[in-house]
Design a protein around this ligand. Structure first.
Ligand code: PLP
Length: 372
């Protein structure tokens, strides 16, 4: 058999990510590859840094893009900051909080786990109590927007608690960046990571991160070596410009960084507040349409993520069959439920370029057809 070129069927991506990539971003991806130390490329990296500072609303010097997906952004935060034996209060209200626990435990650190029910936000009072009950806690880690449940937690309040207790905050903003309000400096976030494939309308595989001055101080005063060579920021920053001169660390994903640059230019041109509002508006349109179809939300209104709508599968409906029909007949992808929500809920994403009226209209029309 001769294998020929791969041409995927174009889909509308309304799941938990990757989400629809803007055509502008796809076209940036196809621009000629140049060297990863070419002066033009290095200048573009500087622009990515400023654009990320805007997207994160920070002046943090250490702001860059990790050459790997959101999970690597998560590991970058933990391996650089957390040392064996240190205490981390970690909030778990879905899949990604559990992954933080894994990271902490694999580093030989002590995870003080605060569990909240799936579908509910992190309970701020439990976090306050955990700080009272435990001395010498170095970090508070939590997920701002839990993609497994569609819940938004109060990052501002949680970071304030960390600060009151002289702990550093580590925040997962993979699904929140570009989709809902997020203010790194105002809220006093110390280490944050995101992903390119959600509300930034970019291709998967890049993880923007940002570290505050306090986080950098923790990194530079480590007693032990960072246990990952690839993710060691003191080495990576030699390439991203932290030391003033650029030296080879790894071969950057050149074209993917063109894509990220384009997506961030789009965000800058639209304006952050407008992007947050667009996600909200499209969520409200989707909500109105779903309610007409008799489909209810899992999460209480005030904690709902506009960019990730977790809804109950109507009684008697075959979850997998519906999603298969949407994919085969409408080229529309929506997400299955995870964990306790498997078979009970769907996750309908409105992330980045997918947060548009035509997507909402298609999704509602397709569901109305399939559910009759
Ligand atoms: N954190 C959250 C909240 C996510 O939604 C995801 C991916 O969906 C990740 C982390 C991991 O990102 P990636 O799949 O890009 O490695």
């Amino acid at each position: 058999m001769t294998i020929t070129s791969f041409y995927p069927t174009p889909r509308t991506l309304m799941g938990p990510g990757p989400s629809d990539v803007s055509p502008r971003v796809l076209s940036a991806l196809g621009r000629p590859t140049i060297g990863h130390l070419d002066p033009e490329f290095v200048q573009m990296m500087d622009e990515i840094k400023s654009l990320l500072q805007y997207a994160f609303q920070t002046k943090n010097e250490l702001t860059m893009a990790v050459s790997a997906p959101g999970s690597a952004g998560m590991e970058t935060c933990f391996v650089n900051l957390v040392e064996p034996g240190e205490k981390v209060i970690v909030c778990v209200n879905g899949v990604f909080g559990s992954r933080m626990v894994e990271n902490i435990q694999r580093l030989g650190a002590h995870a003080i786990v605060i569990n909240d029910e799936w579908g509910t936000p992190v309970d701020v009072n439990k976090v306050k109590q955990a700080f009272k009950d435990n001395s010498d806690v170095k970090f508070l880690a939590f997920v701002h927007a839990e993609t497994s449940t569609g819940v938004l937690s109060d990052a501002k309040a949680l970071c304030a608690i960390a600060q009151e207790n002289s702990a550093l905050s580590i925040v997962d903003a993979v699904t929140s960046l570009g989709g809902v309000e997020l203010k790194v400096d105002d809220w006093g976030i110390d280490a944050i990571y995101s992903g390119s494939q959600k509300c930034l309308s970019c291709v998967p595989g890049i993880s923007p991160i940002s570290f505050s001055a306090k986080a950098v101080e923790k990194l530079t005063s480590r007693k032990s070596k960072v246990p990952s060579w690839f993710l060691d920021l003191s080495l990576v920053m030699g390439y991203w410009g932290g030391t003033g001169k650029r030296s080879y660390h790894h071969t950057a994903p050149v074209n993917s960084l063109y894509a990220l640059h384009e997506s961030l230019v789009m965000l800058q041109d639209e304006g952050l507040e407008n992007a947050w509002q667009r996600h909200k508006n499209q969520h409200l349109k989707l909500k109105a349409g779903l309610e007409k179809l008799g489909i209810a939300f899992v999460v209480e209104e005030q904690y709902r993520l506009p960019q990730l709508n977790t809804v109950l599968i109507p009684q008697g409906v075959d979850d997998a069959a519906v999603r298969q029909t949407l994919l085969n007949e409408y080229n529309l992808e929506i997400g299955a439920g995870l964990g306790g929500f498997a078979g009970k809920a769907w996750r309908i994403g409105l992330m980045g370029y997918a947060a548009r009226t035509e997507n909402v209209t298609l999704c509602l029309a397709a569901l109305a057809d399939v559910l009759v």
